[in-house]
Design a protein around this ligand. Structure first.
Ligand code: A2P
Length: 347
């Protein structure tokens, strides 16, 4: 059996990767439609050697579509996803619009594949930083129950889209040429600099990105009380995020056991050469499917603590790959029948 798929936001950083992954993973397609804004209508994009036309998305774009892979921002998803569901499609949404909606499963196939079966037409792809952390620590959580997570992130420009990646390169050139850097996407210069994450600030002093790590991880782990705190930072890296993670378990977990568990876990690869001081780096994670984990060591400040460091491709596992894996899960488990998402109180 094969499926009619549409990519919403096809011209973006994630959209472009979705196109590549559908090809690379040989997703069973009978039709592929590409949608973006009016700015891109009429452009073509290559898929399996063929030129596909990018169309401006509209209310009726998803009439003959089985699966919509949406990555065109929260407001676009909010407006179009319920309409796509009403016309019979299942939407896998990469935006934050539906992630905390109780009717909408928030799925990482390596972590909570079973949640997908409860979908009402929309399945949300978690925030990139959350996905990368969750893939690496969920197997440890299953072994010893994590009680508290302290995370610090070093996030690449790609999370802010293709134009943000260009901004890193352009600003680097400007600075090397002795010019003042021009900021259009980011609020401050990113080249040769870093700044606390530019998502909106909230009343408790955490930015939205930090609260996504808290709330989404709790939902995915089905652990509403899990204690999590995070500091998110943007760094001048193109497309792989890094994270320093401190874990506190209910009971001690040795480094050997943690490594044993992670070496058997899907989607994770241990990268460590202690003698060479070689550990995961964004350039090594770029283009990779796995989350690279290293520097796994006991926390000298707490008897039940463990420290680790990870890097993962933000566009791949942090977004497009996870979305395609969700689509594969729906196909495998025969979960593509028409559903009826009802817009709920969550705005
Ligand atoms: P476009 O290229 O026409 O602007 P990124 O996250 O890399 O910035 O990409 C965002 C994606 O979402 C792009 O494909 C972009 O299309 C698309 N997009 C942004 N706004 C809209 C909109 N209002 N309607 C449809 N697609 C949109």
């Amino acid at each position: 059996k094969s499926y009619r798929v549409a990519i919403l936001g096809a011209t973006g950083a994630v959209g472009t990767e979705l196109l590549e992954l559908l090809d690379e993973r040989n997703f069973p397609l009978s039709d592929l439609k590409l949608f973006a804004s009016s700015r891109s209508a009429g452009k073509t994009m290559k898929f399996k050697g063929e030129d596909l036309l990018v169309e401006e998305v509209g209310d009726r774009s998803f009439a003959n579509v089985d699966i919509v892979l949406a990555s065109a921002g929260g407001s676009t998803s909010k407006a179009l996803a319920p309409k796509a569901v009403a016309s019979g499609a299942v939407v896998i949404d990469n935006s934050s619009a539906f992630r905390m909606d109780e009717q909408v499963p928030l799925v990482i196939p390596e972590v909570n594949p079973d949640a997908a079966s409860h979908h009402q037409g929309i399945i949300a792809n978690p925030n990139c930083t959350t996905i990368l952390m969750a893939v690496a620590i969920y197997p440890l959580h299953k072994a010893r129950q994590i009680q508290r997570i302290v995370a610090a992130t070093y996030q690449s420009a790609s999370g802010a889209g293709a134009r943000a990646m260009e901004e890193v390169k352009n600003q680097s050139q400007e600075i090397l040429q002795g010019k003042a850097p021009t900021s259009e996407v980011f609020p401050y210069p990113i080249a040769f600099n870093l700044f606390p994450h530019n998502s909106p600030m909230t009343a408790n002093g955490y930015c939205e990105e930090e609260l996504k790590m808290v709330n989404e991880t709790r939902k995915i782990f089905n652990a509403p009380q899990l204690r999590i705190t995070a500091t998110c930072v943007r760094v001048p890296v193109l497309r792989a995020h890094s994270e320093a993670i401190n874990l506190e378990f209910e009971q001690p977990l040795s480094v050997e056991e943690a490594k044993e568990i992670l070496s058997q876990s899907k989607g994770v690869r241990i990268v460590e050469d202690w003698q060479a001081n070689y550990f995961p780096m964004p350039i090594d994670a770029t283009g990779e499917d796995d989350v690279l984990v290293g520097r796994i060591r006991l926390d000298i400040s707490h008897p039940n603590g463990l420290e680790l460091w990870l890097c993962g491709d933000q566009i791949r596992k942090g977004a497009a790959l996870n979305a395609v894996q969700i689509a594969e899960l729906l196909v495998e488990q025969n979960l593509l029948s028409a559903k009826s998402y009802q817009s709920s109180a969550i705005s």
